[in-house]
Design a protein around this ligand. Structure first.
Ligand code: SAM
Length: 274
C-alpha cells in the first residue's frame, strides 16, 4: 500500500499558530520535504521534531519529485512544508500533488495558517467571492497585462507582493484599476501586524517605506457584474459620463472593465453609432 502525501501548514510569523496535528504528523512521517531545510530546521527544533528532511524547491522539484513519489509508492508517508503557511500556495508543492494524484496516491491536508485568507477575513472587503492572484509577474509588460485582465473582476482580489516592489505595484494598480478601495495587510500574526485601508492613491501617499510582508487586497469591480459584455460598451461609457466623467475618461474606465485598449472602445463606439 502507498503512503500518504501530507500538505502541512506551518506558521506565517507566530509559532503559536502551529497546530497539534501538524506536530504529530511531522513526527510520524518518514520524511519532510521542505522548501528550505535550514529554515524548517528551526521550526522542527522548536517543536522537538526529529524527522529527516529533504530539500524540495523550484530548482530541484523534478528530480526530488520523482524520488518522493517512489518512496510514497513504497509505502512511506511524506509531509511537504514550505517556509511559511500552506505549501502549494505561491510556494512549491503543487507539482508534487499533481504527481501523487496522477499516481493514485492519497493526498491529505494538514490545515493551518495562510496569509491570503488571514488577510481577507480581516480586510472588511467582500469575503463572499474572491480571487487569489498571488504574485504579479516581474516584468512590467507582463505585469500590466496581468493587472488589465483582473481589473474587471467583480470579486475581491488578493495579491502577494514583496516590500521592495510594493510601491511600483500599487502605482501600476492605481493606473489600471483607478481609484479602488484596497487593504494592505502587513506582518500578519507578528508583533507589527497592521491593516491599512483606503483608496490606492491615498495609501500610496500616506504609507511609510514598505517593510515586512504584505498581502494586498483590492475591492472587486462594481460595474462588471451588472453589465453584460460587448454590445453594452456604450451603456458603460454613458454610465461613467452620467457619473461625471468626460468622454475620454469614461472610455478609459470602460476599457479597464472590458479588458481592452481605449482605442478598441473608441472603435466599438464608432461602429455602434453607424
Ligand atoms: N504559502 C504561503 C501562504 O500560505 O500564505 C505564502 C508564501 S509566499 C512565498 C510569501 C508571501 O506571502 C509574502 O511575500 C507575502 O506577500 C505573504 N505573506 C506571508 N506571510 C505573511 C505575513 N505574516 N503577513 C503578510 N503577508 C504575508
Amino acid at each position: 500500500m502507498s503512503g500518504t502525501l501530507y500538505l502541512c501548514a506551518t506558521p506565517i510569523g507566530n509559532l503559536d499558530d502551529m497546530t497539534f496535528r501538524a506536530i504529530k504528523i511531522l513526527r510520524e512521517v518518514a520524511i519532510i520535504a521542505a522548501e528550505d531545510t535550514r529554515h524548517t530546521r528551526k521550526l522542527l527544533t522548536h517543536f522537538d521534531i526529529h524527522t529527516p528532511m529533504i530539500r524540495f524547491d523550484e530548482n530541484c522539484k523534478s528530480i526530488v519529485g520523482e524520488k518522493i513519489l517512489s518512496q510514497l509508492q513504497a509505502g512511506e508517508s511524506i509531509a511537504v512544508v514550505s517556509d511559511a503557511g500552506l505549501p502549494a500556495i505561491s510556494d512549491p508543492g503543487a507539482e508534487l500533488v499533481k504527481l501523487a494524484v496522477d499516481a493514485g496516491i492519497k493526498v491529505s491536508p494538514i490545515p493551518g495558517a495562510n496569509a491570503a485568507l488571514s488577510a481577507l477575513i480581516c480586510s472588511g472587503l467582500d469575503t463572499s467571492k474572491f480571487l487569489f492572484a498571488g504574485f504579479a509577474p516581474k516584468t512590467k509588460k507582463n505585469r500590466r497585462e496581468f493587472l488589465q485582465k483582473l481589473s474587471g473582476v467583480d470579486a475581491t482580489i488578493i495579491f502577494y507582493e514583496a516590500p521592495h516592489r510594493l510601491r511600483t505595484f500599487l502605482t501600476e494598480l492605481a493606473e489600471i484599476f483607478g481609484e479602488r478601495e484596497i487593504v494592505l495587510a502587513r506582518e500578519l500574526t507578528k508583533v507589527h501586524e497592521e491593516f491599512l485601508r483606503g483608496k490606492i492613491g491615498d495609501l500610496l501617499e500616506k504609507m511609510p517605506e514598505p517593510r515586512g510582508e504584505y498581502v494586498v487586497l483590492v475591492a472587486g469591480s462594481k460595474i462588471s457584474a451588472e453589465i453584460p459584455p460587448d454590445e453594452n460598451i456604450s451603456a458603460v461609457v454613458e454610465k461613467f459620463m452620467a457619473d461625471g466623467l468626460d468622454k475620454k475618461s469614461a472610455m478609459r474606465e470602460a476599457a479597464k472593465i472590458f479588458n481592452v485598449s481605449r482605442r478598441e472602445i473608441y472603435n466599438k463606439l464608432l461602429s455602434l453609432e453607424l
